[in-house]
Design a protein around this ligand. Structure first.
Ligand code: AP5
Length: 214
């Protein structure tokens, strides 16, 4: 299946992408993860992306479109993928449409996760990640057994730079201005499915499967 996950920061795209990956054996392609890895490695791309990400701004379209084009050309993406965090602007959506029209493929569904702003702020501000293995925690919903330490590999937990309160609001504003127009864009294409992103993540996943007809 070729699926796009749409929704504001903290809507649960990454969480649901991981469940879809397990279910359909299709890769999760997250531009956020790819950019963070580039920042971690200090590559030219990472150095360019870092300041935008830290400020809660989008990385320029031409940079992100280039990364995605390269990633989608890899063998493991040929049969299907879960796009998490791309496209994020109408320009990116048009570029993706161009890539697919050239190869004669099409997107099966765009899942739009709807969550109120007050829930999003709480989810992002409380998120912690393992610096080594990347395991995710939340201070209220899924706290580690020992504060600040990963249950799985015992490494320290960190907070994403852009999960600080002052940056979260900026990300939500950027989403409303630059990404929310994609809801209409894909609605007009007839492939948008709305998902209520509030509640237990397994229940949300059941909604996801139903929306996909699975
Ligand atoms: P990116 O990494 O894509 O971040 P995001 O879209 O802001 O999304 P998040 O990862 O914060 O949230 P999510 O929806 O995946 O939720 P999650 O499942 O993690 O992008 C980061 C930055 O990179 C951007 O700001 C931009 O600078 C750049 N970038 C990336 N893509 C780009 C692009 N295409 N163009 C330009 N720039 C780009 O869940 C969040 C938290 O909530 C977790 O703690 C989780 O445990 C919890 N949670 C999940 N589900 C539930 C639930 N049902 N109930 C309670 N808590 C839940």
């Amino acid at each position: 299946m070729k699926i796009i996950l749409l929704g504001p920061p903290g809507a649960g795209k990454g969480t649901q992408a991981r469940l879809l990956t397990e279910k359909f054996q299709a890769p999760q392609i997250s531009t956020g993860d790819m950019l963070r890895e580039a920042v971690r490695q200090g590559t030219k791309l990472g150095l360019k992306a870092q300041e935008f990400m830290k400020a809660g701004q989008l990385v320029p379209d031409e940079v992100v479109i280039g990364i995605i084009e390269e990633r989608l050309a890899k063998n493991d993406a040929k049969r299907g993928f879960i796009l998490d965090g791309f496209p994020r602007t109408v320009e990116q959506a048009k570029a993706l449409g161009g890539i697919f029209s050239r190869s004669g493929e099409k997107i099966d569904a765009v899942l739009n996760f709807r969550v109120p702003d007050e829930d999003l702020v709480g989810r992002l501000a409380g998120r912690r990640l393992c610096a080594k293995c990347g395991a995710g925690y939340h201070l209220d919903f899924s706290a580690p057994t020992k504060e600040g330490v990963c249950d799985k590999c015992k490494s320290p937990l960190i907070q994403r730079d852009d999960d600080r309160e002052e940056t979260i609001q900026k990300r939500l504003d950027v989403y409303k201005k630059q990404t929310a127009p994609l809801i209409d864009y894909y609605n007009r294409e007839g492939i948008l499915k709305n998902i209520n992103g509030v509640g237990d993540f397994k229940e949300i996943f059941r909604q996801v499967l139903a929306a996909l007809g699975k």
